[in-house]
Ligand binder design. Structure first.
Ligand code: M6R
Length: 605
């Protein structure tokens, strides 16, 4: 997704800008660009290739400047072509980069055309550049404030003007922006990660903030125009670039990191104590009568899995909604419901907006399950649980998902205990199972060679069905999402009992049917569903717990999982589905870590 970097310094900042873009690359983008201020105004380079290409251009062009901005663009308005790449110029005097979407850009474009501005891109961004230019009277900070008052939509921007050689102005509304503080130099970025190596002191701008970076300081005003003092945070957690090591792709590395990530996420305490969710969690948990989970994509599927745990262990009613749907529908708020947002990045625009919507409806208790401690979601919720997956680079979420599941299981067990539904014996049993999970995962990862053999078959297919039941239905959904996301094979998931209500019509020998088969209470029902597929000539690929006694047969291919792992079984069963998607994508030669059209962190609606 789009990324911003900006800098004002007393040295050539081109390498800071390029390095910042490199650090944001993993999020996905389709063009990039950089602009620095020179004696004759802003000078820019843009590329529809990689940041490495941009780097070559700036080297060959001997770019040099002490003030600059840079951008990676993920196209929304206008194709990914050079003319649409940022920085966008206005009258060769002003350069601007933008993340987000301006909803009233058509009206503004007409108004600006009337004032003589020519549009050379198809972007919504160009209206912001011309709008600021049109109200500029020698003070860029004032011009930005005046212009953004006319914008509808979401934005984070960074702007520079040829007449103010030591100034970069930023503003945010609906998209993240962070200021990095240096000594005699200051920075701006859409994510603190971009500035690792340049500073460890950050100010996370709030909604409506406008900031002015100069050599000796940073000025911030809030949405009402009042001077704002924002907390300076020390963030040292952003190390150097993540190494691939012996793996072919980050996705493969991240799949294999799951035992470690889960070990790091499981709480150390010998009991399920609410304090791990925040100081006031005990009080909050005592007040709530239900949960409302809001998330997108893979994180939504972890919410769906958690619903089974929360209702069966903690006996607490739980509703799970896709964030982008919830925010636009009329719902009945329950102030006694705990709103739980789940997100790897903590910056997903739809989930953030859903959280704000829930808060505006009167939901006062909120909890974030998130992988990034400094993210907007963690900052905007009352309680939080940080997963310790480590940086996830692959667009396809893997270790973030399984660590979310661990966090949500801990939440379910904690609520069960507080609500009197967990005996000491059960508590000890769950803790023991959690602690053994990394070892169990290692035995599932050892199945990789068998899965590679299947993936050859899959790589020649164009469609696949995934089946699961109960607690493992969301795992089937996640398996289908993984396969379509990185291999571009069309995949659908169904609760196996639904097969006969429609999807069975799709079953032929050309349609592989992947089945998640744990040895749980629904096993016999699932076996009947398997027979329904076999009777129609379908090819089944079953991940079966060792104790299910499902064995290879004609049209029935079985990979044997370890013995049934009880309520935590989904965490084991998703892993072979991740590996199947990964190796199928490799066999098809797709860009596994950066699949087409997708971004890692979806910061636009
Ligand atoms: O950062 P988030 O967890 O909020 O992201 C939500 C989805 O965009 C994300 O899970 C997406 O579905 C993944 N690419 C799936 O692998």
């Amino acid at each position: 997704m789009c990324g911003i970097v900006g800098a004002v310094a007393q040295r050539n900042i081109v390498s800071v800008l390029i390095e910042g873009l490199r650090r944001l690359e993993y999020r996905g983008y389709d063009s990039c660009g950089v602009a620095v201020l020179g004696e004759n105004g802003p000078r820019r380079a843009r590329s529809v290739a990689r940041v490495a290409d941009l780097d070559e251009q700036v080297h060959e062009g001997h770019f040099d400047g002490i003030t600059g901005i840079a951008h990676t663009r993920w196209a929304t308005h206008g194709a990914p072509v050079t003319d649409n790449a940022h920085p966008i110029f206005s009258k060769d005097a002003l350069a601007l980069v933008h993340n987000g979407i301006i909803e009233n850009y058509e009206t503004l474009r007409e108004m600006l055309r009337g004032k003589g501005y020519e549009f050379v891109s198809q972007t919504d961004t160009e209206v912001i550049a011309h709008l600021i230019h049109s109200v500029y009277r020698g003070d860029l900070f004032a011009a930005v404030r005046e212009a953004i008052a006319q914008l509808h939509g979401a934005y984070a921007i960074a702007v520079l003007h040829k007449d103010q050689p030591h100034t970069v102005v930023g503003a945010r509304q609906g998209s993240p922006l962070v200021v990095g503080l240096g000594n005699g130099e200051n920075f701006l970025a859409s994510d603190a990660l971009a500035l690792a190596g340049s500073t460890e002191r950050f100010i996370f701008l709030e909604e409506g903030d406008v900031c002015e970076l100069s050599l000796d300081g940073v000025r911030i005003v809030d949405r009402d125009g009042n001077e704002a003092q924002r907390e300076v945070r020390q963030v040292a957690a952003y190390g150097g670039a993540v190494e691939l090591g012996p793996y072919r792709h980050f996705m493969q590395k991240e799949i294999f990191e799951q035992p470690r990530a889960i070990t790091d996420t499981i709480p150390q305490a010998d009991s399920f104590d609410p304090s791990i969710f925040g100081e006031d969690a005990g009080k909050v948990f005592a007040e709530i009568d239900s949960l409302l989970i809001l998330a997108c994509g893979t994180s939504y599927y972890s919410g769906l899995t958690a619903k089974y745990w929360l209702e069966s262990i903690a006996k607490i009613p739980t509703q799970v909604e896709i964030a982008s749907e919830y925010r636009y529908r009329e719902s009945v708020p329950n102030p006694k419901s705990l709103v739980v947002v789940i997100s790897q990045s903590g910056e997903t625009a739809d989930t953030l907006a859903a959280l704000k919507h829930a808060q505006s409806l009167g939901h006062k208790h909120t909890l974030a399950v998130c992988n990034v401690g400094t993210s907007a979601m963690v900052r905007q919720t009352e309680l939080s649980f940080l997963t310790h997956a480590g940086r996830e680079i692959g667009v396809a979420s893997t270790k973030a998902f399984t660590t979310q599941l661990v966090a949500l299981f801990v939440l379910a067990a904690t609520l069960a205990k507080l609500r009197g539904h967990l005996s000491d014996e059960q508590e000890a049993g769950y803790l023991k199972q959690l602690r053994h999970l990394p070892a169990a995962l290692n035995s599932v990862l050892a199945l990789e060679p068998q899965i590679i053999a299947w993936s050859e078959e899959f790589s020649r297919k164009e469609h696949a069905l995934f089946l699961g039941r109960g607690l493992h239905y969301p795992i089937a959904l996640e398996g289908a999402l993984k396969l379509k996301e990185i291999s571009y094979i069309h995949a659908e998931a169904y609760p196996a009992g639904e097969l006969k209500h429609g999807p069975l019509a799709l079953v032929t020998e050309a349609m592989p049917v992947v089945t998640v088969a744990p040895n749980d209470a629904l096993l016999e029902k699932l076996k009947s569903n398997i027979q329904e597929v076999r009777a129609r000539g379908g090819e089944l690929y079953v991940f079966a717990d060792a104790d299910t006694k499902i064995v290879n047969d004609e049209g029935l291919h079985v990979i044997r999982m370890p013995e049934h792992y009880g309520l935590l079984s989904p965490i084991l069963h998703v892993v072979p589905l991740q590996l199947l998607a990964y190796h199928t994508a490799c066999a098809r030669g797709t860009d596994v870590d950066k699949p087409r059209n997708l971004a890692k962190s979806v910061t636009v609606e």
